[in-house]
Design a protein around this ligand. Structure first.
Ligand code: DX5
Ligand code: ZN
Length: 233
């Protein structure tokens, strides 16, 4: 194969996996829940590539957040894909409901059930994109035999439960390892993403950045989204 010469030292070495386009997925967990529809419209207008929706059941994660009816209500306000992150036990019980509610991507935790293959098929059979999620304490080896089936892997960079937690730097090595497994499919990171940590996760191979508190504490959603998207370049 002919070698393509390039002046950019940032291009990956020949044969190395190429990370796809950077996408920003604001997490509405840190938004004003009394104005969710408006918040979602404002985020899409500000350039969000998708809206990240954190679903917690008080069992798998130590918090209770958003359920199916809220996702269904948000659908008509949301002009970009809805990225539903299930932090719940027995995710298989709720996949069809979240699909009916209008989810575009459903991600579930490898730690949450015994039959991840079956859950991935359930999601894909409904015509949605399927993602698998790793808690900080879980090795990427746990997904070795299902990774071929998914559209996206989500590497948690904090423990599930709350916005505003500190990024766990040890996750950078996991992001590199997962990128090597994924080729050019989406690798999402979630937790503690701001202008300091975004360049690090992008360098390690992440391309979908979830951000909650960073975006919602900013004065301008558009500036915050642009900063995260461009800070690693
Ligand atoms: C944590 C959630 C995250 C959270 C991220 O369990 O999955 O999506 O909202 O919030 P920040 O960006 O504030 O760490
Ligand atoms: Zn999340």
């Amino acid at each position: 194969m002919a070698k393509i010469s390039s002046k950019s030292s940032k291009l990956p070495a020949e044969g190395a996996p190429t990370a796809p386009k950077i996408k920003i997925a604001p997490s509405i967990l840190s938004s004003d829940f009394s104005r969710l529809g408006e918040e979602v419209r404002a985020l899409a207008d500000a350039g969000a590539d998708m809206i990240h929706i954190d679903v917690m059941d008080g069992h798998f994660a130590p918090n209770i957040t958003i359920g199916v009816p809220v996702v269904a209500s948000l659908r008509r306000h949301c002009s970009v894909p809805m990225d539903v992150h299930l932090m719940i036990d027995e995710p298989e019980r709720y996949i069809a409901d979240f699909a009916d509610a209008g989810a575009d991507i459903i991600s579930f935790h490898i730690e949450a059930g015994n039959h991840p293959h079956r859950v991935i098929s359930q999601i894909k059979d409904l015509g949605l994109k399927a993602g698998i999620v790793l808690n900080p304490g879980t090795s990427e080896e746990e997904i070795e035999f299902v990774v071929g089936e998914v559209d996206m892997v989500l590497v948690m960079t904090v423990n599930p439960g709350f916005g505003g937690q500190a990024f766990i730097p040890e996750m950078l090595r996991k992001i590199q390892n997962v990128r090597a497994m994924l080729g050019d499919r989406d690798l999402e990171v979630d937790g503690g993403i701001d202008e300091q940590t975004a360049p690090l996760v992008i360098e390690a191979g992440a391309n979908v950045l979830v951000a909650g508190s960073y975006i919602f504490r900013s004065n301008s959603y558009m500036e915050a989204i642009d900063t995260l998207r461009n800070v690693g370049r």
